[in-house]
Design a protein around this ligand. Sequence first.
Ligand code: CP
Length: 313
Amino acid sequence: MKQFLTLNDLPDFDAQVALAQHIKANPYEFEQVGKRKTLGLLFFNPSLRTRLSTQKAARLLGMDVMVMNFSNEAWAIEYEDATIMEGLRSEHIKEAAQVVSQYCDVVGIRAFATLTDKEKDESEQVLQKFIEYASVPILNMESATAHPLQALADALTLTEHDLPKKPKVVLTWAPHPKALPHAVGNSFTRMMQHLDADFVIANPQGYDLDPRITKDIPITHNQNEALKDADFVYAKNWSSYESYGQILRTDNEWMLTPEKMALTHNAMFMHCLPIRRNVVVADGVLDHPNSIVIEQANNRTFAAAAVLKTLIS
Ligand code: CP
């Protein structure tokens, strides 16, 4: 595996989940694998889980780690070719990517969607420009369109809850005051295509995800109908894809409440975090014993360790 941009880059999805499971059970088994190798983590956007779990994952493999916040610590980067750099951008990606490659063996990048320019977001300019000029593998720590480390951790979490039958898994849109990207919803949807589950997406009219990703997965605009008999409920907000980056509704009708969870088959509640209490989900759902959001965050370490091991092996 030369890069990890989406789940499609994994040579074998099931083997990667199994490796993450193995590292969780034997966290120090591979502590020599990354000896004398360095992971550079470049953040263009904020993070708690990805920033800490990816560092922890690297250290489980014996790697050194360097972290940089590009939003306030680095020179602003120019990505366009043949530009006259007389504006605010002081460093061109051509030099930046080559320089960082000399210090690191793998470079992780977090660069969110702008949500103003669909074409630019879908081109994944930041990641693709680093790939063009870097000489080391690039690790996606959430880009404009994908959050594959989160999805791999979610796959690990789902497989740890060994249910007696093909589970019903619902990805439901939930309210949020800000326009959020589609990356988590996209990657969770891609990931579910690898699992043997009855998978349904529920979202209001106008919020369907990219049809190239949802393919033939059932999409309903009736949340209560989707929740009926669900074994897992994954809540997430995203802005409209069709009316790109727009917030089309501001009511709380789709907030996950104990009453809605009562429609399910005693479902586990999932979310990638961070989550806005009593906006996305009611306290009574998030604080319920069936909420496995903390497990999901814990599994980020082992998913990242599995991917890093595959990248450096
Ligand atoms: N779920 C997730 O990626 O969390 P952070 O944004 O805190 O890294």
